[in-house]
Design a protein around this ligand. Sequence first.
Ligand code: SF4
Ligand code: SF4
Length: 402
Amino acid sequence: MDIVAPFQEGIEAIKESGGQAFKLCYQCGLCDTVCPWNRVGTFSMRRLVRQASYGVPEIEGQDIWRCTTCGMCTQKCPRGVETIDVSVSLRRIAAGAGFSPASVHVVAASLAAEGNPVGEPRAKRADWAEGLGVKEFTEGTEVLYFPCCYSSYEPRLKRIASTTAKILSLAGVDFGILGSKENCCGESIRRAGHEKLFTSLARENIKTFVANGVKKIVVSSPHCYHTMINEYSEFKVNFDVVHITQYLSELIEKGRLPVNKRPMRRVAYHDPCYLGRHNGVFEEPRRVLKDALGLEIVDMADSRESSLCCGGGGGGMWMDVTRGERLSDLRVKQAIDAGAELLITACPYCIMNLDYSSSTTFNGAIEIKDITEIVQEALQATVNAEQVQTSVKEKLVGSSRP
Ligand code: SF4
Ligand code: SF4
């Protein structure tokens, strides 16, 4: 695209939408080198930033919807350009002009009407908890468990919510859920440029939390975690928000979860972008898997700070991606190549994408599990072993009686 002179009106519009970060860019192109999309196709964040600096973004095209906001280029940029802010600002302008992809329109309508992106009725939000004896959160309950929309509704992901509830119960945590009273946290629709919708979802949640006396929130999704610890503070509130990996690590350390070491298995751990790179939670999941459960964590290519995005962030869950361009395919292959028997992670989006890749592209060659599922297995094995030991002891004691 030839640019003769900067278009001031466009520059101002981008700045007003939060994209003023383009000013520092000197067009070195490192962002394109590290961006995972360039392993499966072509995409240029550098070009988007350049367009922004001239005030002439191509808001009608597909490119501005590509970025999954994984944070890799932001982390590596030598000039500290907040690339995600630039890309989200362009999406805000596009969404305001009615150029969101059709799938994002559908999601936005569902969020506005039912408080979730999956088109399910609000009234069914707590159905995952049926039969588990989970109580409704009321004033004075210690912990609110906030499972994420996908863990509340999607059949595979509901297992994350139910497993978490069972673990919390076993550890004796005084917790409850808000069910149909809660909304989507709003993180992903914000990254997709729908700022007003984010504000309304966040406000509604905050109002509900305050009205019910919520102080501590345990979340399953790194996306809920990110927005609640970094962005809900924009509304002048401050909740004690803990990701489940952190909470599991704490419960185990305090002796509230009776896990014993598991038989040695080689596993890979995938750091979700919004847990690891964006928020620095790398050690707690490893403490649970390695130190508490005794699993061997094999090193995949691109791990920890350089973790490879699954493709689900930034609204990626709602975009059509053609076969051969799925980042989750690359990630599953890395786990298989590293010799892992299991690929474990801690994010509903990652589970969904990795599971899909494993079952379709790799014929189910590797099992994908949430960290709670592997902890639950260890708890069952421990409890069963203790039951066996107890019953053996009882028999021995019984047989020695006169
Ligand atoms: S890495 Fe940073 S400075 Fe280099 S082109 Fe990308 S945004 Fe600009
Ligand atoms: S945030 Fe991630 S997906 Fe987006 S441009 Fe940067 S590296 Fe690529």
